[in-house]
Design a protein around this ligand. Structure first.
Ligand code: PLP
Length: 369
C-alpha cells in the first residue's frame, strides 16, 4: 500500500503553461507575474495583490510594512505552522500566543482580548486547516485597541467568511502555494490588501527596496529578494483556471472522510462554524481523550509502516525547542492547544484520492484504534 499524505493536482495544462514561459526570455518580473496577480485580484476582490516566493515571505513583508519592531507584540495562535509566529521574530518583535477554541481549533477571540497589552501592534489570526478564523470579533478587538490584523490564510484559498472570500476583510492577508496547498506554484505566496500604504511597501521590499521610478540599482529602502519567477506564476495561473474543479474534488474527498469519521466515536473533526465555509486543505482527526500522545504517536508509526502517509499537524509552536529555549514556555501554558496537538492525526488528503482509498485509510485507522 502507498497512499501519500498529499499530492499536487497537476495536469497537462500546467505542464504546457510552464514550457510556454521557458520559450520566452521573461523568467522573472515578466507578464506572467502581472497576470497571476490579476487573477488573484479577481478571485479575492482585493484591490492590491503582490505575489512572492513563499507564504512565509508574504507574512514577513506584511509585518515589515506596518513597521513592526523591537518592543512590539504580535498576537497569534500556538496551533499553526511555525512561520505564523516566526515572522514576528524576523522583525525583532515578540510573538504572544492566545489559546484556541477547543471545537473550531482556531484562535479564541476571548483569549486574544486577554492577551492585548499596550505593546500589541498586530493580530495574526490563522485560518487553520482551511477554516476562516472568526474574524468579526477579532476585528472588533483590533479596532478598539487600534491594532492591525494580518490574516494568515495560507491554508484557506477558496474559503469564505460570512459569504465573502477570505483575504479582504483584514488589513492584509496572505496565501501560500507549497505543493500540499489547494493551488501550488511549486513554491510561492501572495499578499492581498486594500491598503495602499501596505501595498507600496510590500511591492518595493519584495524587490530589494526598489521603487517604481528608481531603476534597477536604486534602493529607496531596505528590502529583500522575495520575488517569485514567471515560471512559478504560469503554473499558478494554470492552477487557478482549474480552481473550481480543484476545490470541488477536494470537497468530495472530504465528504467521503466525514461520513466515515462521524460514525467513529473515538474520533472527532474540526467544528465548522455556520458562517464559515471551509476550503479543504488537510484531513485532520482528533483522537478522543482516552488516548494519550504516546498512543497517537504509536498510531502514526503504525499507519506509516502500512504505507499510509500521515502527520501530527500541528505540534504547538510554543513548545518548539527554540521557543522553549528563547521564551521559557512549558507544557500547560496553552492547555487547549496542547490537548489537541497531542491527539491529532493528519490523514492522506488530496483531490485525486479515490473513495476506495479513503475506505482503506479509515478501516486501517479503526483497526489500529
Ligand atoms: C498557516 C501557515 N502559515 C504560513 C505558512 C508558510 O508558507 P510557506 O511554506 O509557503 O512559506 C504555511 C505553510 O505551510 C502555513 O500552513
Amino acid at each position: 500500500m502507498n497512499i501519500p499524505l498529499s499530492r499536487p493536482d497537476i495536469t497537462q495544462a500546467e505542464r504546457d503553461a510552464v514550457i510556454e514561459v521557458l520559450n520566452t526570455p521573461d523568467l522573472s518580473l515578466g507578464p506572467k507575474l502581472a497576470e497571476f496577480e490579476r487573477v488573484f485580484a479577481e478571485f479575492t476582490g482585493a484591490k492590491y495583490v503582490t505575489a512572492v516566493n513563499s507564504g512565509t515571505s508574504g507574512l514577513h513583508l506584511c509585518l515589515h510594512a506596518i513597521s513592526l519592531g523591537p518592543g512590539d507584540e504580535v498576537i497569534t495562535t500556538p496551533f499553526s505552522f511555525s512561520a505564523s509566529a516566526n515572522c514576528a521574530l524576523y522583525e525583532g518583535a515578540r510573538p504572544v500566543f492566545a489559546d484556541i477554541d477547543p471545537e473550531t481549533w482556531n484562535i479564541d477571540p476571548a483569549k486574544i482580548a486577554r492577551a492585548v497589552t499596550p505593546k500589541s501592534r498586530v493580530i495574526v489570526p490563522v485560518d487553520v486547516f482551511g477554516q476562516p478564523a472568526d474574524l468579526d470579533p477579532i476585528l472588533q478587538i483590533a479596532n478598539k485597541n487600534n491594532i492591525c490584523v494580518i490574516e494568515d490564510s495560507c491554508e484557506a484559498l477558496g474559503a469564505r467568511y460570512k459569504g465573502k472570500p477570505v483575504g479582504t476583510q483584514a488589513d492584509a492577508a496572505l496565501f501560500a502555494f507549497y505543493p500540499n496547498k489547494q493551488v501550488t506554484t511549486g513554491e510561492g505566496g501572495i499578499i492581498v490588501t486594500n491598503d495602499e500604504n501596505i501595498y507600496k511597501i510590500v511591492v518595493s521590499c519584495r524587490n530589494q527596496g526598489r521603487d517604481e521610478h528608481g531603476g534597477w540599482l536604486g534602493h529607496v529602502r531596505l528590502g529583500f529578494n522575495y520575488r517569485i519567477s514567471d515560471i512559478n506564476c504560469a503554473l499558478g495561473i494554470a492552477q487557478m483556471k482549474r480552481i473550481d474543479e480543484i476545490l470541488n474534488s477536494r470537497r468530495q474527498v472530504a465528504e467521503w472522510y466525514t461520513r466515515r469519521i462521524n460514525d467513529e466515536k473515538r474520533l472527532r473533526m474540526q467544528k465548522i462554524l455556520p458562517h464559515c465555509q471551509i476550503s479543504w486543505f488537510v484531513m485532520v482527526v482528533r483522537l478522543n481523550d482516552d488516548y494519550t500522545r504516546d498512543d497517537r504517536d504509536r498510531i502514526l508509526k503504525q499507519l506509516k509502516e502500512k504505507g499510509i502517509g500521515c502527520s501530527n499537524y500541528f505540534p504547538p509552536i510554543h513548545l518548539q525547542p527554540f521557543y522553549v529555549e528563547k521564551f521559557g514556555y512549558q507544557r500547560g501554558d496553552f492547555p487547549v492547544c496542547e490537548a489537541l496537538s497531542d491527539r491529532t492525526i493528519a490523514l492522506p488528503f488530496h483531490g485525486r484520492l479515490t473513495e476506495q482509498e479513503v475506505n482503506t485509510v479509515c478501516k486501517t485507522l479503526a483497526d489500529l484504534l
